[in-house]
Design a binder for this molecule. Sequence first.
Ligand SMILES: *Cc1c(COP(=O)(O)O)cnc(C)c1O
Length: 230
Amino acid sequence: MIQKNIRDIRSRIGNSAVRVGRDPSEVTLIAVSKTFDSNVIKQVLTYDQFDFGESYVQELIKKRQDPGLERVKWHFIGPLQRNKVKYLIDFISVIHSVENLKVCEEIEKRASRIGRLIEVLVEINTTGEHQKHGIRPLEAGAFFREAGIFDHVLLRGLMTMAPFADNPEIARPSFRMLAGLRRDLLDQGVPEIQVQHLSMGMSNDFEVAVEEGATMVRIGSSLFGERPAR
Ligand SMILES: *Cc1c(COP(=O)(O)O)cnc(C)c1O
């Protein structure tokens, strides 16, 4: 089942990329394994899927110690409080959900102590919904200038969550806005490497996201099946 899902998702990513003249290898699939146990992750690893995303700090720090998961490249995609940074700092590869400078400062402080470099994406609220996380698009320029000074926080792009809907077209304006913001930031002089990635698209809408320029798609339920209620 999972093998079929992963093949299917890869081919849909590839087809979406090709449809808009993109190279499918520009898009990284991040398997969102929250609520699924380590045995399932191990199974997915056998299909050469190494990027996994988790949203809850406690769950992640437990899983990452499980034998057999040493080769996983962990992405943190959930809301991150400053006081939780210390639990992730010695192994996390990419944090997709940074939305305040205090968290950047904390990552910098702790990463510099142990000589690690952490890739960070800045979460943007592209829907204007108040309950959504992320900074406002208009504030992104200032954020990049201020967070761009750190040596161990490597700014690498933008992340967003589109409105949840059955029709994936509902998500397109959010994705388009994120891609547009990336261009604005480049125009404002933000170095290209700092806005290299667009992390956008989930099970329901990843094909639209790839069409709009996603370089990372975060896919859970289409790969693993329905999540049990937490
Ligand atoms: C859970 C989650 C996903 C995956 O959602 P699916 O709809 O199951 O693919 C992606 N991104 C974030 C931030 C999530 O919390």
